[in-house]
Design a protein around this ligand. Structure first.
Ligand SMILES: Nc1ncnc2c1ncn2[C@@H]1O[C@H](COP(=O)(O)OP(=O)(O)OP(=O)(O)O)[C@@H](O)[C@H]1O
Length: 276
C-alpha cells in the first residue's frame, strides 16, 4: 500500500438531497490500521457517508479519498439469492484479482456457513456473515461496514469482531463500522466519528476523547468554569453533567468526577443533539 499517511480522508464533504442536506461540511482523517466506530442517531448520515467513501455515490460538495482497495458491505447485503455459498465464493474468486481463497474458506468455516446452502435460504445473520466473508476475502486495505452486526446473534457478533481484529492486526486493515450497539464497539474501536444531523460532532482517538471528558455529580446550579457542558441530567437536588474539558481538568469543588465510558460519552452527545 502507498504510504500516504491516511486511510480515509474527507474535506468539506456534503450531500444534498431534495429535502435538504444529509451531510454537510464533514472533514476528518482516519489513519491506516485504525478501527473507527461511526455512530449517530437514525438519519444522521452514516450510510450516506459510507456510500460516498465506497465511491458508490457522488458528493454534492467536497471530497472523500480512500487510499488503497476499498471493500464495502451495505446495510441491505445484496447477494445472489439463487447461488449457493460455494458458488458465491467461486464468483468472488473469479471476479477479484486479490481474492484469498484459503482465507475465504477459513472464514466460511468459522461462520459455520454450509457450502451447499442457497443464499436465499440463509438466515439474515448468516447472510450478513457471508457478505462480510466476501468482503474480507478480497483483502481490501479499507473495509467499510454499514451495521454489520445488527442481524447477528451474540456469538456471531463476537466471532465477527474477532475476525476483524485479526485482519487489522495481521494486515493493517482499516475498518470503519457503523453501529447502534455501542457496548460491542467498546474495546474494539480505537477511533470515534460521531455524526449529528449530517455534521461531525465529535471525532478522534477514543482514549483521548474519554480523557478529555468528565462525568460530574454536583449541586444544581453548580459552576463548571470554562468547561463545556455537553449534557445534564437533573435529579432532585443534584445534577449529573458530562463536561468536555477546556483546559486542565480543574474541578476543585465537585464531589465526584470520573471519565465516562465510551458508551456514556456517545449517548450524552446523541442526547444533546436531540435536545438541540
Ligand atoms: N436516496 C435518498 N434520497 C433522499 N434522501 C435520502 C436518501 N438517502 C438518505 N436520505 C436522507 O439522508 C439522511 C441521512 O440518511 P442516512 O441513511 O445516511 O442516515 P443513517 O445515519 O445511516 O441512518 P440509520 O441509522 O437510520 O441507518 C436522512 O435524512 C435520509 O432521509
Amino acid at each position: 500500500m502507498l504510504d500516504v499517511g491516511f486511510a480515509v480522508r474527507a474535506n468539506g464533504l456534503g450531500v444534498r438531497y431534495r429535502r435538504g442536506w444529509a451531510l454537510r461540511d464533514c472533514s476528518f482523517e482516519l489513519a491506516p490500521g485504525t478501527v473507527t466506530a461511526l455512530v449517530g442517531a437514525n438519519g444522521a448520515g452514516k450510510s450516506t457517508l459510507l456510500r460516498l467513501a465506497a465511491g458508490l455515490q457522488r458528493p454534492t460538495e467536497g471530497v472523500v479519498e480512500v487510499s488503497g482497495e476499498v471493500g464495502f458491505v451495505a446495510q441491505e447485503k445484496p447477494l445472489y439469492r439463487a447461488f449457493t455459498v460455494a458458488e458465491m465464493l467461486r464468483f468472488g474468486r473469479s471476479t477479484n484479482d486479490s481474492w484469498d481463497q484459503e482465507y475465504a474458506e477459513q472464514l466460511v468455516g468459522e461462520a459455520r456457513l454450509p457450502a451447499d446452502a442457497k443464499v436465499g435460504s440463509l438466515s439474515g445473520g448468516h447472510r450478513a456473515r457471508l457478505a462480510l466473508v466476501l468482503a474480507l476475502a478480497r483483502r481490501p486495505q479499507v473495509l467499510l461496514l454499514d451495521e454489520p452486526l445488527s442481524e447477528m446473534d451474540p456469538v456471531a457478533r463476537e466471532t465477527t469482531m474477532r475476525a476483524l481484529m485479526v485482519a487489522v492486526a495481521e494486515t493493517g486493515l482499516t475498518v470503519v463500522l457503523s453501529s447502534h450497539v455501542l457496548a460491542e464497539l467498546e474495546g474494539v474501536c480505537d477511533h470515534l466519528l460521531l455524526l449529528d444531523q449530517g455534521s461531525v460532532r465529535l471525532e478522534g482517538d477514543v482514549e483521548e476523547l474519554v480523557e478529555g471528558h468528565r462525568v460530574v455529580v454536583a449541586a444544581r446550579g453548580a459552576d463548571f468554569g470554562d468547561h463545556e457542558v455537553v449534557t445534564t441530567r437533573e435529579g432532585e437536588r443534584q445534577v449529573t453533567a458530562l463536561l468536555r474539558l477546556v483546559g486542565p481538568p480543574d474541578l476543585p469543588d465537585l464531589p465526584e468526577a470520573s471519565t465516562p465510558a465510551l458508551n456514556e460519552l456517545v449517548v450524552a452527545y446523541l442526547r444533546a443533539g436531540e435536545a438541540a
